[in-house]
Write a protein that binds this ligand. Structure first.
Ligand code: TYM
Length: 324
């Protein structure tokens, strides 16, 4: 039997090249080796207010981007988190074994809560729900970008705590990071992680950005005062563009002459990004134009994973002495 993989993306904001290089690309590459489940985590998205009609559209858009990025719905199950009630149910069971202090320590909670006027309880609970996503399917491997590493350590801590309180119930999930592209930084500020919610049009390369827009954004990306690439002495802006170029095109680093002038270097990065994104955008347009097909993929995914989810919830409740 193949080991199971689970990962997810929030359907909030616009997916960017960091989401692709840190997660989706890796998913497409490894899906054949595992029993893969990829999840559109809408219950996570609502930890911050989402306009309902926009959220509904984003869920479909995200599913279409999964397929466009190479996730094959025949090989992998693509599911919407809220369509499988076990996510929310297991999340409550795990909440009851999670010390509050563990949640207050999460860096993402600290950063996100600083930006909110009112901090919803869901924002604090966020990593417990994420743990439930993983443990619900007894996933052995979780392919993510580097920003999720702390959440995954917490997932292992919660699983361990549950197992030691109630007996072996959950598989311990390992983190899988891509070798290049695990942490793509903002083009406007290479000291900040590229993020869906950051303001400014020069920050992120959207997966659906027009090639002209991509060229403009990369052209304006923050670098430093040197005229040309010096591989011995790389500033954060250049390191980020190198990572983007290399993750989009494996021959990129070799071809990039050490002394390439920044203008030419940025053109090379732009070419690498556009040739990577163009087929994805083309496939996206085909998939999103066929809502019946998309609905079918999501319904199929749900049917495939439902028995696994139901079994884990039953097993967890039984271990805790709840009524089953
Ligand atoms: P989300 O929606 O913020 O991001 C989706 C995936 O993209 C990766 N990522 C990045 N990788 C490289 N550079 C970046 N700048 C960058 N920004 C984002 C993220 O690491 C992630 O892999 N909590 C998760 C979603 C989630 C999940 C899960 C993940 C919910 N349940 C269970 C794994 C397993 C999140 O908000 O991802």
């Amino acid at each position: 039997m193949k080991a199971r993989v689970l990962s997810g993306v929030q359907p909030s904001g616009n997916l960017h090249i960091g989401n692709y290089l840190g997660a989706l690309k890796n998913w497409a590459e490894i899906q054949g080796q595992y029993e893969s489940i990829f999840c559109i985590v809408d219950l996570h998205a609502i930890t911050i207010y989402q306009q309902p009609a926009e959220l509904a559209a984003k869920i479909r858009e995200t599913a279409a981007l999964f397929i466009a990025s190479g996730i094959d719905p025949e090989q992998s199950s693509i599911i919407v988190q809220s369509s499988v009630s076990g996510h929310a149910e297991l999340s409550w069971l795990l909440t009851c074994v999670t010390p509050l202090g563990w949640l207050y320590r999460m860096t993402q909670f600290k950063t996100k809560s600083e930006k909110q006027e009112t901090i919803g309880a869901g924002l604090l609970q966020y990593p417990v729900l994420m743990t439930a996503d993983i443990l619900l399917y007894q996933a052995a491997l979780v392919p993510v970008g580097d920003d999720q590493s702390q959440h995954l350590e917490l997932a292992r801590d919660i699983a361990q705590r549950f197992n030691s309180l109630y007996g072996e119930t959950f598989v311990m999930p390992a983190t899988s990071l891509p070798s290049v592209g695990a942490r793509i930084m903002g083009l406007d500020d290479p000291t900040q992680k590229m993020s869906k919610s950051a303001p400014g049009t020069g920050h992120a390369i959207g997966l659906l950005d027009d090639p002209k827009v991509i060229a403009k954004k990369i052209g304006r990306a923050t670098t430093d005062s040197s005229p040309a690439v010096d591989l011995e002495n790389i500033s954060p802006g250049i390191a980020n563009l190198l990572a983007i170029g290399e993750a989009c095109d494996p021959t990129f680093r070799k071809e990039t002459a050490a002394s390439m002038r920044y203008g030419d270097f940025k053109k090379r990065v732009t070419e690498a990004v556009i040739s990577r994104l163009e087929p994805i955008q083309k496939k996206y347009r085909e998939v999103i134009a066929d809502p019946g097909y998309l609905e079918g993929v999501l319904a199929d995914g749900r049917q495939r994973v439902l028995p696994i989810a139901e079994e884990t919830v039953r097993k967890t409740k039984a271990a805790m002495g709840l009524y089953v």
